[in-house]
Design a protein around this ligand. Structure first.
Ligand code: CP
Length: 327
């Protein structure tokens, strides 16, 4: 793709409103069977590099790329010369001469992915960094659109740590008019300040509402969605030995449905039943967490099409354009 603008997805902030909507609509169309994978990546080779564990995201992008006709090169945490001191910039420059897209879950530092993306040939997709999980948010909005037929105006209660999933969700949802996003996060474990500030600014501009509190009192009623995530985000530990005491009031139990009886339950998974959510909720009738997990693949296909220029905003509901030729 040398000479043309390469699309990277490092943060939800990298997407225009039109791009965000197009990816979500395309993912929902794949999910509903209204669109079928049509070889948009038939000329492409996709690198999949996971420095940390993953069940959903790695499988979603691998399966999605294959369904779109692409071929894969897969790397684990011990495979690259990064381990012997090669820079991320040099690694990206070399890979960009051989790959069309790199999907990467790095060791945690968000700046690392910008290093990979400092070249103009290969798209880089953030498959989760310490601060943000943008492809999860795209999956989540795809799931909301598929379930409710809209994102606008939805009332979402997020309960749990203000982690990378919450950050991306806040960045994405607050762009939609009428959305009410309430975060209830344990004291000291809220959304990182830059994400909260950006979400507040976007909400003010779009007509959404963004609120965060650090208690479980006076919960808003009539929510459409109750969402939680794992208390110990993949590969992380908490230095405070008493963190469970702080998190305990934020467990999702059936009591939360007393004031929101029609709410669906969402979880990015993996789940720890008995920690952030009780089994009765995760496995109960309100849960759409496993549909949400499947949507990671449908959304991944939409992301890959977008990266390769095969998904124009105005073309989102229809078949993708012909694939770009590999140089
Ligand atoms: N939700 C999510 O990112 O799952 P994995 O860590 O299994 O990819």
């Amino acid at each position: 793709m040398s000479g043309t603008a390469v699309r990277h997805l490092i943060s939800i902030n990298d997407l225009t409103d039109a791009d965000l909507r197009a990816i979500v609509e395309r993912g929902a169309a794949f999910s509903a069977g209204e669109a079928r994978p049509a070889g948009a990546l038939a000329q492409d080779i996709v690198g999949v590099y996971f420095a940390k564990t993953s069940t959903r995201t790695r499988t979603a992008f691998s399966s999605g790329a294959l369904r779109l006709g692409g071929r894969l090169v897969s790397y684990g945490p011990g495979d690259l010369q990064l381990n012997t001191g090669e820079t991320t910039e040099d690694t990206g420059r070399v890979m960009s001469r051989m790959l069309d897209v790199l999907v990467a879950r790095t060791a945690g530092d968000p700046a690392e992915l910008r290093g990979w993306a400092s070249q103009d040939r290969m798209s880089v997709v953030n498959a989760m960094t310490a601060d943000e999980h943008p492809t999860q948010a795209l999956t989540d909005l795809t799931t909301l659109l598929g379930h409710f037929g809209r994102v606008e105006g939805l009332r979402v209660l997020y309960v749990g740590e203000g982690n990378n999933t919450a950050s991306a969700l806040a960045l994405a949802l607050t762009r939609f008019p009428g959305v009410e996003l309430d975060l209830r996060t344990p004291p000291g474990y809220g959304l990182e300040a830059p994400f909260a500030a950006r979400a507040s600014e976007q909400a003010a501009a779009s007509g959404a509402v963004f609120r965060e509190r650090h208690d479980m009192d006076d919960l808003p009623a009539g929510r459409d969605v109750i969402y939680t995530t794992r208390w110990q985000t993949t590969g992380t530990t908490k230095p405070d030995p008493d963190w469970r005491t702080l998190f305990a009031p934020f467990q999702v139990t059936p009591a939360l449905w007393e004031h929101s009886p029609k709410a669906v339950f969402m979880h990015d998974l993996p789940a720890h039943r008995g920690d952030e959510v009780v089994a009765e909720v995760l496995d109960g009738p309100a849960s759409i967490a496993f549909e949400q997990a499947e949507n990671k693949m449908h959304s991944a296909m939409a992301v890959l099409e977008w990266c390769r220029g095969a998904l124009a905003p105005e073309a989102a509901p229809s078949a993708p354009a012909a694939p770009a030729a590999r140089p």
